[in-house]
Every structure is written in C-alpha cells, then in structure tokens.
Design a protein around this ligand. Structure first.
Ligand code: ADP
Ligand code: ADP
Ligand code: MG
Length: 465
C-alpha cells in the first residue's frame, strides 16, 4: 500500500482524502495557503506545510511548490482532489517524473479525455453516441457557422478545455454566432489559457446523467451506476441523486455499457465520470469525461457501499479493484445538496465570512461532508462550496423527506447560503415527481426566490406531497 500521500487540495475534499488515508493507515501531508492557516485540512493531516500566498495561482496551483513539498516530506503519492490541478496532464506527468504515484489516470489519458473536443472523437470511435456537431476543434467562426447550419440552431459553442460551465455559449440564431464565439473563446483563454472551441447541437430539455467509473491497472473497468445532476444553475450542479427517475433497467444497462466503452477506449485508470445528456425521447449522448474524483461522488458511495477514495488509493498502489461489475448493487436512494456561501437574493454573489454558529444535521441516513467548524472564517479566494448535505433512504420519497429535515436541522450563521433554496427545491412538485430536466432552475428560480421571501427561513415551502 501507499505510505504517505500529499494532498494537493483544500476544503471538504482534502478532509475526505485524509479520512480515507487514516482508515487505511496511510500518512497524509496537507498543504495550505497563508489564507488557510486555520483550515481544518491543515489540522487533521499527519503533517502540514504552508506552500504560498492566498491566491490559488501562488499556492494550490503552484506545481513547483507542491512537488518540493512532496519531496521534502518523503511522500510516495499525490492526490489532486477536484478542481485546481486535478485535470492538468502536465502536472500528472511531472508527479510521475518526480517518483510520485499520481492518484488518477496518466497524463496521456488526461490529455486524451481532458480536451473535450478530442474526447468526443474518441467516444465516437468507441461506438458511443455523441451530440451532432463538429469533428474535432473548430477552425474559426466561418466553419462554426457552416456547421451550425448543418446541425440546425440552437447550438452550443464549447471550449475544449472548459469546465465548471465556463467557456460555453448557447447560440439561437446565425447573427448571434460571431459574438458568442468571441465571448466564449475569450472566457476560455482567461480561465483555462486555451481558446480551442468546438460545437454541439443543443439537446432540448435534457437530463444530465453521468456514470461513475472505476478502473484498475489490470484493465478491469466497472461502472457504479448513474447520478442525475439535472438540477443546475448556469450549468453548475446544485442537487444530485441516484438512481435517476429517468432511467429504466434497459436504458441504464445501455448507458452503463457505453460509459465503460468510453473509459476503455481511453485506457482509463482510477476514478472517473462519463457525462451524458439524455433527451426526453430517451436518446443519450456523451458530452465529456471528468478524469478525477467528483464533487458528488458520495451519492454513489451511499447507494453502492463502495468507498471510492479508498478504491482510488488501492488502484494507485497497483492493486486490482476490490469488486467486479456483478458485485455492484444499488440499494435505496441518495440525494446530495451542495451548500454554497452565496446570496441567492443577490444573483448568488459569493458571500464568504466568519461562521458565527454551526449546527450540522445528523441521525439515520445523513452524511455531511464539510470543512466548516464554528468560528471558522471562510476565505474569499476559493470555491464557495462550504458543505455537501447527503441523505440515503430506502425509497426516493423517504430520501426527499430526510433531506428536508436535514436542511431544517442545518444552521450556518454568519453569511447567507443557498440552504433555504435547496429546501424549497425538495418541496417542489416537479422535483418530487422526478420529472425535471436541466431547465428546472431557469424556469423555477423566480418562483422559488419569491416563496423563500414569504416563508419563514427553512420552515415552510408548501407541502406538495
Ligand atoms: P463536478 O461538480 O461535476 O465535480 P465541475 O466541473 O463543476 O465538476 O468542477 C468541480 C469543481 O472544480 C467545482 O467546485 C469547480 O468550481 C471547480 N473547477 C472546475 N474547473 C476548474 C478550474 N479550471 N480551476 C479551478 N477550479 C475548477
Ligand atoms: P463542463 O465541462 O463545464 O462541465 P459540460 O460539457 O459537461 O461542461 O456541460 C455542462 C452542462 O451543460 C451539462 O451538464 C448540461 O446540462 C449542459 N449541456 C452540455 N452539452 C449540452 C448539449 N449538447 N445540449 C444540451 N445541454 C448541454
Ligand atoms: Mg461537465
């Protein structure tokens, strides 16, 4: 097994990795920026090291600082978590060169799947359906226009290097194309340092369905079922659940097999996610693969009983997967709500601040992944995600009820969060029926915000059961 793992991340995911390591008797080295001196991950690791100033570019994205920290502390492996350097193929290569085991796929695999335009081609070659659109990267606006005419408007312009919903623009008509192309490309250059673009037809009223993949170095590839992540705002996920109401056993088997085929085509190793959009007619299309552990991975852990982070550590140590496809069974229903330090009433402006009081929900079937503690000051420099509230119950309806009461128990004082909004979503009739698609938040946000004004905080979305 591994001996000592450097965790190149912060927040709840750093804690998640520390916990898995401790249970496997693996030492951990946490790194932190000067803004994170009082952060929990820096306190719970076996050792911790300051690697630079607050700005992510100077600390959590500073490859030299991370590699010398790993060397100075005698680490034999590095876990990148999600975000930051987790999908950077050059960093993965550098870790291997420095003699570290990189807990994720190789740089080559990340390169193959990390460029979203290249991943489309690879999926297509593996016989996995992709959304009609460009073959590889676009040469410019003119080609984009021709292709858009061919596949038909509306289309989505997407950055090959995009992520977190950035570098993407919907285009409804030819006259909007040039402006959208330039805006999306500029955003991609600013966020990802890469302006390569591609184009897809916009699938109308789709669900976002993704499959969790685990693969080992012996060539075994297994999927652990799906997550429905259709509740999104600005193409960022807010609520995730498994299993999805939109799949029947046949469709699940078909999509699972497609996800495995895509991963196999890439020579995939470790934990990864294959994302699809599913049309109301039941046609599914590959959109991308995330070559890392995902924010919403605990949803799958709850319904399968598999510890995905421990499995990542095993695979990185060269051990085979501890299960086969036949061993994977989905039991009950799980839901996650992402709690962000933000103000829904001010266009979701990030609102970091001091956690004046904290009470986390508990009891049967509840899991909270967070790095918060009472008195903790959320720094303004990083992601606004402060907690993931998860529930597991025998049926979807019981899971929804469990989530409602969990959000009622949750108290975070000191800054606004989206917890009340999540609570209202748990009462929405469309959500309760499970008949929603990725347009849910756009069509319901105004109504939900209005409701949240007239209700007491967290005490009364209209019961619609
Ligand atoms: P998912 O939520 O499905 O795991 P996302 O693409 O939303 O995947 O990204 C995961 C996390 O990483 C989010 O918290 C997001 O804000 C962050 N993130 C995404 N892309 C980047 C990036 N290029 N640099 C830093 N953080 C990123
Ligand atoms: P990111 O890398 O930012 O996560 P994705 O390609 O996964 O980008 O797309 C983000 C979201 O945008 C998806 O979850 C889905 O809701 C929506 N989306 C992406 N591609 C399409 C498409 N072709 N048609 C309709 N919706 C799409
Ligand atoms: Mg995505």
């Amino acid at each position: 097994m591994l001996k000592r793992v450097l965790i190149a991340n912060r927040g709840e995911i750093a804690l998640r990795i520390i916990r898995a390591c401790r249970e496997l008797d693996i030492e951990t080295v946490a790194v932190y920026s000067t803004a994170d001196e009082s952060a929990l991950h820096a306190q719970l690791a076996t050792r911790s090291l300051c690697i630079g100033p607050a700005r992510a570019a100077d600390s959590y994205l500073n490859q030299d600082a991370l590699l010398s920290a790993a060397k100075a502390t005698g680490c034999d492996a590095l876990h990148p978590g999600y975000g930051f350097l987790s999908e950077n193929p050059d960093f993965a290569d550098r870790c291997i060169k420095a003699g570290l085991k990189y807990i994720g796929p190789s740089g080559d695999v990340i390169r193959r799947m990390g460029s979203k335009a290249a991943a489309r081609t690879l999926a297509q070659q593996a016989g996995v359906p992709v959304v009609p659109g460009s073959d590889g990267p676009l040469k410019g606006v003119k080609q984009a226009k021709q292709l858009a005419e061919q596949v038909g408007y509306p289309v989505l312009l997407k950055a090959s290097a995009g992520g977190g919903g950035r570098g993407m623009r919907q285009v409804d008509a030819p006259e909007e194309l040039e402006g959208a192309y330039k805006a999306a490309q500029a955003e991609a250059i600013a966020c990802f340092g890469n302006g390569e673009m591609y184009l897809e037809k916009l699938v109308l009223n789709p669900r976002h369905i993704e499959f969790q993949i685990m693969a080992d170095t012996q060539g075994h590839v297994v999927h652990l079922g799906e997550r429905d992540c259709s509740i999104q705002r600005r193409r960022q996920k807010l609520v995730e659940e498994s299993p999805s109401k939109a799949l029947n056993p046949e469709l699940r088997a078909k999509m699972g097999a497609a996800a495995v085929a895509a991963a196999q085509a890439a020579g995939y190793v470790g934990a990864g996610t294959v994302e699809f959009v599913l049309s109301p007619q039941g046609e599914f299309y590959f959109i991308e693969m995330n070559t890392r552990i995902q924010v919403e991975h605990p949803v799958t852990e709850l319904v399968t009983g598999v510890d995905l982070v421990k499995e990542q550590l095993r695979v990185a140590a060269g051990l085979p997967l501890s299960f086969t496809q036949e061993d994977i069974h989905v039991t009950g229903h799980a839901i996650e709500c992402r709690i962000n330090a933000e103000d829904p009433e001010q266009d979701f402006r990030p609102c970091p601040g001091k956690t004046e009081f904290l009470h986390l929900p508990g009891g049967p079937g509840v899991r909270v992944d967070t790095a918060l503690y009472g008195g903790y000051e959320v720094p303004p420099y990083y992601d606004s995600l402060v907690a993931k509230v998860l529930v597991h119950a025998p049926t979807r309806l019981e899971a929804i009820r469990r989530m409602r009461r969990s959000l009622e128990e949750l108290v975070i004082e000191g800054y606004p969060t989206n917890a009340s909004l999540a609570h209202l979503i748990m009462h929405d009739s469309e959500f309760v029926k499970g008949s929603y698609d990725t347009g849910f938040m756009d069509s319901n946000l105004e109504k939900l915000l209005e409701l949240s004004k007239t209700c007491d905080k967290l005490s009364g979305g209209k019961e619609q059961l």
